[in-house]
Design a protein around this ligand. Sequence first.
Ligand code: ADP
Length: 322
Amino acid sequence: MLWTSSAGWLPLGVGLASAAAVYGAGCLWLHRRLRHLQNILRQIRTHDFEDLAPPAAPEGDELGTLLWEVYRTGQSLEDEIQELKEMESYRREFIGNVSHELKTPIFSVQGFAETLLDGALDDESVNRTFLEKILHHANRLDNLARDLSTITKIETDELNMSGEAFSVMDLCEAALESVEMRAEERNVHPRMEIAPNLPDVYGDFDRLRRVLVNLVDNAIKYNEEGGSVWLQAEMKDGDVELRVVDNGIGIPEKHQSRLTERFYRVDKSRSRHQGGTGLGLAIVKHILGAHDRALHVDSTPGEGSIFRFSLSTRPTSSLHPA
Ligand code: ADP
């Protein structure tokens, strides 16, 4: 049919005009979304994650889905970069701490060896003392190497825990056996106070022995000569609670929440003098964490400290690498 009258052109004109308007709006909408996509990609490229804006519309068509995919990629990249930055700053801090810890014993060993070689070797009044000092600092280095190896294994997930059943008495006896020498040197005689008929507990025997050794060792180190240390165990809320109690120097409250941080010490010179590495309680925290348990401390300066944690009396499936 032929449109001959002007009235016939009108609907066609309106139709074309509205098609053009729809086309124009469509182009604008597409343009806006493509610009958004371009912006997100540019922000990802320049690591400018702070202003990363989510797409306004929910996923729908292919372009909407693509926008969300790119936005989510930006978010996960941001998380990964943040994690890498934290690891890098932790690594730097750790290396700084380790080299600081190594310096003093290495300088001391060098210094005393040089003094001996320069003539003190023939001086009966000092040669033995200097050799003892060299041995003391070599022992410090040995402790540090061991603790560093443990903490590195823990932090790289190499420390797999076993979950066997064992008696609390066996655990406490094994721990006390390991600190016997240190206790004798300091004239401290740790006493066991284990409640009768305790059920077996579940966990990694060797790692938990290490926990008790570190705690009892501290209770001896941060005590007066001849002081007292108790290793106690009793039922509490269906678990066995273990406590290492001492009547030593105690810990001011402001330090208590930071004790399990790597290399954190209340009295640095006392710790170093006693061969401490500042890693003992960090190791304890990790091992207990792998058993889903926490370390608690109650302490009063000048009166003493109580370090406590509990162990499960039921087989636990939740053991995981520290
Ligand atoms: P260190 O090798 O220095 O003993 P730890 O991580 O075992 O390191 O302990 C951290 C710090 O906590 C110690 O340097 C010490 O100041 C304090 N501390 C730990 N246990 C005791 C305790 N039983 N009494 C007093 N202070 C303690």
